[in-house]
Design a binder for this molecule. Structure first.
Ligand SMILES: Cc1cc2nc3c(=O)[nH]c(=O)nc-3n(C[C@H](O)[C@H](O)[C@H](O)COP(=O)(O)O)c2cc1C
Length: 209
């Protein structure tokens, strides 16, 4: 059975553009995969824990040397990674907050990017990191208040959201990444309406692929 993992990170539950579009993606995906299963991870309702002393000590101890308490410190990380591994496709809603990721989404990546689990450290290699997760399609739905921040726009150099997300996803092995972008949410004029229409068309196509 095919599985879609829907990850939402908007702090808004009403009026959220990314939530509306991840939901549309899931509906279109289910039409194309009638026997499929959709799993949702809501990072605003259940914010991932910030990594702490116990997490770091455990993550940097080899698996066979971990005490039961150390293993316990990585339970949340394991749960989140198992969801990714079980999925055949992922759709991620990522609003821009202060030119980058919402903190709950950053906390999520801090939980899932783990040495010897989602990436390997290979000091002798020219590029000393090797991704460990199996690749799968990831559709990232971005919404920004000011569309001038999107790629090609006059403020694009202030967009740290997309390069950061892409770097982290590729770092753990998710290279098949496509972005769907909605700009100008703050302006509430024709530009956001047009952007939403284009996004909905792109999502229907990608979800059915
Ligand atoms: C805390 C916060 C910070 C934001 N920072 C930015 C920003 O730096 N640049 C921008 O263009 N829009 C910014 N916005 C606007 C959001 O990106 C925009 O409202 C987007 O649609 C939010 O996604 P959502 O509709 O799924 O909630 C911010 C919104 C919030 C709530």
């Amino acid at each position: 059975m095919s599985q879609l993992l829907v990850i939402n990170s908007s702090g808004r539950h009403n009026r959220s553009i990314t939530r509306r579009l991840t939901q549309q993606f899931a509906e279109c995906w289910l039409m194309a995969h009638p026997d499929g299963k959709v799993t949702e991870r809501d990072l605003a309702l259940q914010p991932p824990s910030a990594v702490n002393e116990a997490w770091i000590a455990s993550a940097f101890t080899s698996a066979q040397d971990r005490t039961p308490q150390m293993q316990e410190a990585l339970t949340e990380s394991e749960t989140l990674l198992a969801e990714i591994e079980a999925a055949d496709a992922i759709v991620l809603g990522a609003p821009m907050y202060n030119f980058g990721l919402p903190s709950q989404l950053k906390a999520y990546f801090d939980q899932i990017i783990r040495v010897s689990r989602s990436f390997a450290y290979v000091p002798e290699a020219d590029f000393p990191y090797q991704p460990l997760l199996a690749d799968k399609p990831v559709t990232v739905i971005i919404s920004v208040g000011n569309g001038d921040l999107l790629p090609g726009g006059p403020m694009s150099q202030m967009n740290f959201l997309e390069p950061h997300l892409l770097t982290m996803l590729e770092f753990i092995g998710l290279h098949n990444v496509e972005f769907v972008r909605v700009g100008y949410e703050e302006f509430q004029d024709g530009r956001v309406k047009n952007a939403l229409e284009s996004a909905e068309i792109a999502i229907a196509r990608k979800a059915a692929a």
